[in-house]
Design a protein around this ligand. Structure first.
Ligand SMILES: [Zn+2]
Length: 167
C-alpha cells in the first residue's frame, strides 16, 4: 500500500472497520515516512486470509463460521441478532487490523471468547466448553468460577439482560 502523498510504502493501520454496504474494510493508515494519514477501502473478498487449523491444515477465512459459533452459543439466550452482528464486526476488525495473511483458529477462538464473554455469561461458558474442550469437570468449574467472579466485580449492564431474560 503506497502513501498517496509521498509514494513510500511504510505505513501502519491505525483503525479498521467493516463497511456494511459493500462488504469492505475501511482502514485509516498513517505513513511512517511523511506522517500523513489516509483512508483505504478494501474488498473483504480480495483480502487473502488463511486460517491455520489445529491440525495445521489451512482453509480460507470464513466470517459465517464465527457467526455460526456465536449463534449456537447464544441459543435461547437474551442476545439479539444485532448484538451478535456487532460482535462479529468487532472481531473481524481486530482480525483484519493485524494485516497478516494467516491467523490460527486458536487466535480467532480467543477473540471470539472475549466478545462472547461480554454478551452473555451462559453463552460464554457454552462457547468456552466447546472451544477449550474441557477435559474434566474441574476445568469446567474453574472457568465457571472465573466468569462468576468477573461478573460480580464488573456488574456491567446486568439489568436489561435480566429483564429480557424473563420474557
Ligand atoms: Zn507518506
Amino acid at each position: 500500500m503506497r502513501c498517496p502523498f509521498c509514494g513510500k510504502e511504510d505505513n501502519r493501520v491505525i483503525d479498521s472497520r467493516p463497511v456494511e454496504e459493500n462488504n469492505s474494510i475501511r482502514r485509516r493508515r498513517i505513513c511512517d515516512a511523511c506522517g500523513r494519514r489516509f483512508t483505504t477501502y478494501e474488498k473483504v473478498e480480495t483480502i487473502p486470509l488463511v486460517v491455520i487449523k489445529k491440525d495445521k491444515g489451512r482453509e480460507p477465512y470464513d466470517r459465517s463460521k464465527i457467526e455460526g459459533g456465536i449463534l449456537r452459543a447464544c441459543h435461547k439466550r437474551p442476545v439479539s441478532v444485532n448484538q451478535i452482528k456487532k460482535a462479529v464486526d468487532e472481531i473481524e476488525a481486530e482480525i483484519f487490523d493485524r494485516e497478516e495473511k494467516e491467523i490460527t483458529s486458536r487466535e480467532i477462538g480467543e477473540l471470539v471468547m472475549d466478545k462472547v464473554h461480554d454478551l452473555d455469561p451462559v453463552a460464554y461458558v457454552r462457547f468456552a466448553s466447546v472451544y477449550r474442550e474441557f477435559k474434566d469437570v474441574e476445568t469446567f468449574m474453574d472457568e465457571l468460577e472465573n466468569v462468576l467472579k468477573k461478573k460480580k466485580s464488573g456488574e456491567a449492564k446486568p439489568a436489561e439482560t435480566a429483564e429480557s431474560a424473563k420474557k
